[in-house]
Design a protein around this ligand. Structure first.
Ligand SMILES: CC(C)NC(=O)[C@H]1CCC[C@H]1Nc1nc(Nc2ccc(C(=O)N(C)C3CCN(C)CC3)cc2)ncc1C(F)(F)F
Length: 276
């Protein structure tokens, strides 16, 4: 019997999926491995509790995340395949990234840091995804290891557009979580643009190579001071090529940060991204 193709207007629902093991906890609910019944296609089913969203006053943010992520199509961006809701929950049907969370992979490495090949490969793939986002006038704003997933083949998928906005923006949402990735213009509450992602890519590349972000401090105040000064300590394992790239991204003046195209062509990236 042929499976009638489900047209674009088909209304997906929970009965279309077999729910498997929990993959972990997202911000507003759990994430499950699931399988679409007719095709056996594996997906990640992210559940968001409506009551939690209302309590956190993040409904608009979630709708913005859904709006943005449904329109982005790129090999290094985790695809939101579809979504639906019942009276209690919103369900996001997302691509399943078989190798899981990159930050856990980072912690598993000897000395909790990636070698130059993996650091250059992952930095390149995130730059590729960001170049595409920016071409679509989307700022991610929350680039960090926790928001990156790995496919079975070991490639990056940029996920969690919960903080993304359309450029330029002066949204002053109370940022939660780490300040380590905040660029100076966001620390001082100015309006900002796509170049916040360039700063974060520099912080990310540094954390891949060193195992912790450059401005990590005991207190928020100290982190702010280090960010504003943008003075970085370079451990001995950072090679001149990596230092050159990171220094061109972690610039206090946002317009001086090199473009994503320039990152992709940088001699250190080109030299190490395909080496195994
Ligand atoms: C970016 C965002 C901030 N992060 C998230 O959403 C997190 C929150 C919970 C899970 C993850 N979300 C996703 N995770 C996967 N794949 C995946 C995750 C974990 C493992 C893993 O290591 N275990 C199950 C292990 C297996 C071994 N046991 C011992 C521990 C857990 C293996 C594969 N694909 C898509 C998603 C997505 F994003 F679509 F939901």
């Amino acid at each position: 019997d042929h499976v009638e193709a489900r047209g674009p207007s088909y209304r997906w629902n929970l009965d279309d999926f077999e729910i498997g093991a929990p993959l972990g906890r997202g911000k507003f609910g759990r994430v499950y491995l699931a399988r679409e019944k007719t095709t056996h296609y594996m997906v990640a089913l992210k559940t968001l509790y409506k009551v939690e969203l209302m309590k956190g006053r993040v409904e608009k943010q979630v709708m913005r995340e859904i709006e943005i992520q449904t329109h982005l199509r790129h090999p290094h961006i985790l695809q939101l395949l579809t979504y639906f809701h019942d009276h209690k929950r919103i369900y996001l049907v997302l691509e399943f990234a078989a190798r899981g969370e990159l930050y856990k992979e980072l912690k598993r490495q000897p000395n909790e840091r990636f070698n130059e090949h993996l650091s250059a490969k992952y930095t390149y793939q995130v730059a590729d995804a960001l170049e595409y986002c920016h071409r679509n006038n989307v700022i991610h704003r929350d680039i960090k290891p926790e928001n990156l997933l790995l496919t079975y083949e070991g490639n990056v998928k940029l996920a969690d557009f919960g903080w993304s906005v359309h450029a330029p923006s002066s949204k002053r949402n109370t940022l939660c979580g780490t300040l380590d990735y905040l660029p100076p213009e966001m620390v001082s509450g100015e309006t900002y643009d796509i170049f916040v992602d360039h700063w974060c890519l520099g912080i990310l590349c540094y954390e891949f190579l060193v195992g912790k972000p450059p401005f990590l401090s005991d207190s928020q105040q100290e982190t702010y001071v280090k960010i504003k000064a943008a003075n970085i300590q370079w451990p001995e394992q950072i090679t001149p090529g990596a230092k050159d790239l990171i220094s061109r991204l972690i610039k206090r003046k946002s317009w001086e940060r090199i473009s994503m195209a320039a990152v992709k062509k940088h001699f250190w990236i080109v030299k190490y991204k395909d080496l195994h």
